[in-house]
Design a protein. Structure first.
Length: 273
């Protein structure tokens, strides 16, 4: 599709646009601007759709080059996955297919797995081989009452030591930085999810105000003096890492978090038996 990181071109087919932006790669408080736009067709001007909000981003801030486990929010233009998910019942008035999460629903985040960066269901009570790297979605009730999938690292999916990460979602507000996702308060999140229509080919654009282009510039009445930030090849925000395993496997905090996550998944599985 030609979308993804290092690409800030909006497809001519897109008639709905989400723009998540910050003046710099390090937004204060890990909060970025969240704006929505619509147009009638490719030759029509973009117009604001919903109110502008603040959104939480990753604790690794905004990055042009993401690495698995850095908890950064990737910049670029991404499509929206064709299915939405949530631990709560279908909120109705969605234009997308919806799956209510159940015991055994995972997002595979093991970069050495054949199903990396995919939704995977296993029998309840089963611990899959990719569990220690991944999310037991049905246990994450605060983050995932509802969420949409941002189609990052899927065209093609890069696996192995150079994997740029997996499972980047638009989900519920956490009162804290995310692990790379975009988060909104529940009422705002639902307005966005109900507004999105697959037939209008929505995309989400994430970056600095200089990167995201004239749509957000006009809407926010920004000055034009930020153009130098478009030159991203020498950006200090390009993260480097030796291996995705280094981020998670060598972190005691990550070990504890993963152990707690797997233990919670096992508890849910026992309760469901």
């Amino acid at each position: 599709m030609g979308l993804g990181p290092d690409n800030f071109s909006i497809p001519s087919s897109a008639d709905q646009l989400i723009v998540v932006s910050s003046r710099t790669y390090r937004p204060p408080g890990y909060l970025a601007s969240f704006q929505t736009f619509r147009r009638s067709n490719a030759s029509s001007p973009w117009e604001p759709a919903l109110p502008a909000w603040r959104a939480e981003i990753g604790s690794g801030e905004l990055v042009n080059v993401r690495h698995f486990g850095d908890h950064a929010t990737p910049t670029g233009v991404f499509t929206i996955g064709l299915r939405m998910y949530g631990n709560e019942p279908n909120p109705k008035r969605l234009h997308y297919a919806f799956h209510q999460l159940i015991c055994g629903d995972w997002w595979d985040e093991d970069p050495y797995s054949a199903r990396y960066n995919q939704f995977v269901h296993v029998p309840c009570g089963t611990t899959p081989s990719f569990a220690s790297w991944s999310e037991a979605l049905w246990t994450e009730t605060r983050a995932y009452p509802y969420f949409a999938v941002l189609e990052t690292n899927n065209d093609p999916t890069v696996t192995g030591p150079n994997a740029p990460g997996a499972g980047i979602f638009l989900h519920h507000w956490m009162d804290a930085p995310t692990e790379g996702c975009i988060a909104l308060p529940l009422a705002d999140l639902l307005r966005v999810l109900r507004w999105l229509e697959p037939g209008k080919h929505p995309v989400i654009e994430i970056g600095t105000q200089a990167e995201v282009g004239p749509v957000a510039h006009r809407a926010a009445s920004l000055q034009r003096g930020d153009g130098a930030q478009r030159h991203r090849a020498n950006s200090p925000r390009q993260h480097r890492a030796n291996s995705p395993r280094q981020h998670r496997a060598n972190s005691p905090q990550r070990h504890r978090a993963l152990a707690a996550r797997v233990a919670l998944a096992a508890l849910y599985a026992l309760l469901a038996v």
